[in-house]
Design a binder for this molecule. Structure first.
Ligand code: NAP
Length: 251
């Protein structure tokens, strides 16, 4: 029997920030599709996901990394690059909400360090051996704010436009070497990232009114797209930012 093109059996996938929210859903989705997991994130925050992945019968390893720490990215990147990593999902990300006139340098740097610089340098470390081997998949979690401006989140918007740019730039360089680099742009998903929006009744109502699906998204909604882009079913998809938003962008 031929295997499904979505089958990830025998693949090793690294997911950053897999302890909660979308990263947890993506890690579980990849594990359900057959992948073994390396959960990369801050100390102690991967424990729940580690147990859930193990319960699915997959191998799972936790590697501690604060993506704001450039030296740690080098150390962990070198460690992971020495292993055969087939799939990298850049999920970890932060948001800091302020009026643009009030954004401090510290706030700006914190968001850009994790969402953009950390993402790029970890991808560089893990992408190098993928390119040398001639195969691999990189999937980054972008945002609707890779396309739109957003409200009171200028640093986040800058970082997510950057993630879309990195995705396309790496696709151009690495596509000819057998590595596909894509991104997922989730819409409004019910995680800690969007809690302040959902806690504001007016904002929550106006957001929900624009979503044709009539509901906020879940981590499972993103997991399917991540499995697709990590699998051989997406071998001819490269440099794409796949919107998973219940139809928001169609309005
Ligand atoms: P979340 O629940 O706030 O999760 C954020 C994740 O990033 C956590 O696992 C967190 O780890 C990790 N993280 C943050 N800073 C880190 C650091 N310095 N080093 C390592 N890991 C770090 O938010 P989420 O909604 O699941 O967000 C996941 C991704 O989706 C982000 O890139 C976000 O921008 C993107 N996204 C979300 C939405 C949405 O509507 N929710 C929409 C578009 C895009 P800890 O648990 O250790 O803090």
């Amino acid at each position: 029997m031929t295997s499904s093109p979505f089958d990830l059996s025998g693949k090793r996938a690294v997911v950053t920030g897999a302890g909660r929210g979308l990263g947890q859903g993506v890690a579980l989705g990849l594990a359900q599709a057959g992948a073994d997991l390396v959960l990369v994130g801050r100390p102690d925050s991967q424990t729940a996901t580690e147990t859930l992945v193990r319960d699915l019968g997959r191998d799972v390893e936790v590697v501690e990394l604060d993506l704001a720490d450039r030296d740690a990215i080098s150390t962990v990147g070198a460690h992971l690059a020495a292993r055969e990593v087939d799939i990298l999902v850049n999920n970890a990300g932060i948001i800091d909400r302020h009026d643009a006139v009030d954004v401090t340098e510290d706030s700006w740097d914190a968001v850009l360090d994790v969402n953009l610089s950390g993402l790029f340098f970890l991808t560089q470390h893990l992408g190098r051996p993928m390119v040398a081997r001639g195969h691999g998949k990189v999937v980054s979690i972008a945002s609707l704010l890779s396309f739109q401006g957003g409200v009171r989140v200028v640093s986040y918007t800058a970082s997510k436009h950057g993630v879309a740019g990195i995705t396309k730039a790496l696709a151009n360089e690495w596509g000819p070497r057998g590595v596909q680099v894509n991104a997922i742009a989730p819409g409004y998903m019910a995680t800690d990232n969007t809690r302040p929006l959902r806690d504001d009744p007016d904002r929550a109502r106006s957001i929900l009114e624009r979503i044709p699906a009539g509901r906020w998204g879940t981590s499972q909604d993103v997991a399917g797209a991540a499995v697709f882009l990590s699998s051989s079913a997406a071998d001819y998809v490269n440099g794409h930012v796949l919107v998973v938003d219940g139809g928001w962008m169609a309005r």
